[in-house]
Design a protein. Sequence first.
Length: 155
Amino acid sequence: MAADIKRILWPTDLSNNALFALPYVRSMSEKFQAEVHLLYVAEDVTWFDHFYGDADPKFLMELQDKIMKSAEEQLEKLCMNDLAGCPTFRRDIIVGNPVEEILRTIREAHMDLVIMATHGHGLKGTMTHFPFGSVTEKVTKSSPVPVLIVNPQTS
């Protein structure tokens, strides 16, 4: 039975490792004429204020805004420079728990396939005894659709 892939989710943290999934995203999108949905989930920096001795809420909001603006700029560049060959693409930048938001997007946007790297946040060459990063592992275990996992160290 052939898979009917119309929507591909590419959750990315915009790290160098996450970009190793890009050729697979492009290839699968072109092969199936599928829409690519880029998702960047910014962790809510207010969750960490107690680590820094009750940081000023204004500072945390400015920091969150800066993170979101940087992500928007990077995704815009990525879409224009690297996804022009995909039939259609859309992107979302949200604040929240990456695993929860990726799984929610899979369900609510009716994704058919997820493509992501084994590790993000530039972990290439470190902690190599772990086969997956925690986000990838949790998404893979809970995803209702297939997940294609790209290992940056073998790509």
